[in-house]
Write a protein that binds this ligand. Structure first.
Ligand code: ARG
Length: 478
């Protein structure tokens, strides 16, 4: 009860105490108040807001703008607010619009005039840009770790299946045999590039806007480098107008996130196919599947479908953020308040998808090598090996290709595989054919032959897995 009361009281006081209230002849309309408020979502920036305010206050004291007593009072007040937020006791007020006003107002209630001095040489414009960068930097670090876990799970599974033969596809038609390990490492390679993109993007996120104030900088003697050092920023934003207005760092992160989601979605799509009994390449554990409310026989791969579906949200968020930015004149515009929800949802969705995919790959996928092998044995997957065999015996590749194409057509009519045709029949297509062709037509021979960096030979897959694992432990300590 008393909490509720204090909310009303705080709200009313704060509304009267609004920084700009003296300028206006009437209070804000109730509808406008709700329309304008961002507190329901930007309270997520509270930790970052407090950290940035602490650094700002310490800097102002160091340069003599704030007294040491005020600095100490601000530190004490902000520490208390931090505790209140952590314990869930902090009363957020929509009347106070956003996270910045909420915290500043509580600070002033706690420590009086020192709280009102905190905003010297600062604007909410450089404040929100700083908060968002601090928040995003943590998100990037967490996502890099999550990616690492998924990559490790993929590498483990790939290593186990370095010898497991499956059909490789182009156009979703059987093309050539590959190993399951090789196929899984293809996704690891995509995610490794995604991790690089995050690390790269982090450098541009990790620059300090604070000190830009509203747009033009400030006349107070400030020490931006000191603030940057305390907050762990690697550089200062070099132009105040740019610093308060551009959100390219957020767009860049969202784009990197979208690429991760596209990679996850491709993998998810394959799992949907592979879990289908027509393929039967993999069994997804029951705990990742759902049934149907009407069809008793159903067992649906919802985990993969949801990951595939959620990629659409993130692709949408990148587009949304770009459109949000595209026609904004310099410098800050309130449009930018709209950057938060898509960005927050991007982080949350990505985090959920990486976590569930990691659990799935590490514990919930059971490959079925027999089914994969059977599928690789159909569809003339070793026809290229036949052609390569003829080339090794001296035929020009184009002639070899034509000869094998005719042999495939013949085998298809006969309803058998190339390796099931007797030698005399195979010789009809080329006099170069001899008994040793049969060895070239085996699935094992085909994959073992592709023995070069990037190839599917089991030995290469094992080496690639080892290299990927080594790269993983290097990239942790970037
Ligand atoms: N809630 C605002 C945002 O997210 C904070 C900055 C407001 N600045 C202003 N000049 N109205 O962008």
């Amino acid at each position: 009860m008393s909490r509720e009361k204090s909310l009303d009281k705080l709200g009313a006081d704060a509304t009267q105490a609004r920084a700009w209230s003296g300028r206006f002849g009437e209070p804000m309309s109730e509808r406008m108040r709700r329309f304008n408020a961002s507190i329901d979502f930007d309270r997520r920036l509270a930790d970052a807001d407090i950290a940035a305010s602490l650094a700002h206050a310490r800097m102002l004291a160091a340069t003599g703008v704030l007294s040491d007593g005020d600095r100490a009072a601000i530190e004490r007040g902000l520490e208390q607010i931090k505790g209140e937020i952590e314990r869930g006791e902090f009363v957020w007020s929509r009347e106070l619009e956003d996270v910045h006003f909420n915290i500043e107002s509580r600070l002033t209630a706690l420590v009086g005039d020192a709280g009102k001095r905190l905003h010297t040489a600062r604007s909410r414009n450089d404040q929100v840009a700083t908060d968002l960068r601090l928040w995003l930097r943590d998100v990037i670090d967490a996502m890099t770790e999550s990616l690492r876990a998924l990559r490790a799970a993929l590498i483990d599974l790939a290593e186990k299946h370095a010898d497991t033969i499956m059909p490789g596809y182009t156009h979703l038609q059987v093309a050539q045999p590959v190993t399951l390990g090789h196929h899984l490492l293809a996704y690891e390679a995509m995610l490794a590039r995604d991790a690089e993109r995050l690390v790269d993007c982090r450098h541009r996120v990790n620059r300090l806007p604070l000190g830009s104030a509203a747009l033009a900088g400030t006349g107070f003697p400030i020490d931006r480098q000191r603030v940057a050092t305390e907050l762990g920023f690697e550089a200062l934003c070099s132009n105040s107008l740019d610093a308060v207005s551009d959100r390219d760092f957020a767009i860049e992160f969202a784009a990197a996130a979208a690429l991760i989601m596209i990679h996850l979605s491709r993998f998810a799509e394959e799992l949907v196919l592979w879990a289908n009994p027509r393929f039967g390449f993999v069994i997804i554990a029951d705990r990742f599947c759902t049934g149907s409310s009407i069809m008793p026989q159903k067992r649906n791969p919802d985990v993969a479908e949801l990951v595939r579906g959620k990629s659409a949200r993130i692709v949408g968020h990148v587009t949304g953020l770009m459109v949000l930015m595209k026609a904004q004149p310099l410098a800050y515009n309130k449009d930018n308040q709209e950057d938060k929800e898509p960005l927050f949802d991007t982080a949350d969705t990505l985090s959920d998808c990486l976590a569930i995919m990691t659990e799935l790959v590490a514990t919930g996928l059971e490959p079925v090598p027999d089914r994969m092998r059977a599928a690789a044995s159909e569809g003339f997957a070793t026809a290229t090996d036949f052609a390569d065999y003829l080339v090794r015996k001296g035929a020009p590749f184009r002639d070899a290709h034509e000869a094998v194409a005719r042999a495939v057509r013949y085998a298809e009519t006969a309803g058998c595989d190339l390796s099931e045709l007797p030698l005399d029949q195979l010789r009809q297509f080329s006099p170069l054919v001899a008994q040793d062709l049969y060895a070239a037509l085996t699935l094992e021979g085909s994959v073992a032959n592709r023995d070069h960096p990037g190839g599917t030979a089991p030995a290469r897959v094992r080496a690639a897995a080892a290299a990927a694992r080594a790269a993983l432990s290097i990239s942790v300590n970037k």
